[in-house]
Design a protein around this ligand. Structure first.
Ligand code: ZN
Length: 41
């Protein structure tokens, strides 16, 4: 797996900082811009 993308906005780690998390046994990423929405929504 070479490319990480924000699961919310789709931006890659070339553009934004991504934070890795796990959901339902799968690794996924969310960027720092989407993280506040992601936590509260
Ligand atoms: Zn994002």
């Amino acid at each position: 797996m070479s490319e990480a993308k924000c699961s919310n906005c789709g931006r890659s780690d070339e553009e934004v900082k991504l934070i890795q998390y796990r959901h339902k046994g799968k690794d996924a990423f969310v960027c720092v811009h989407c993280l506040p929405m992601f936590i509260h929504g």
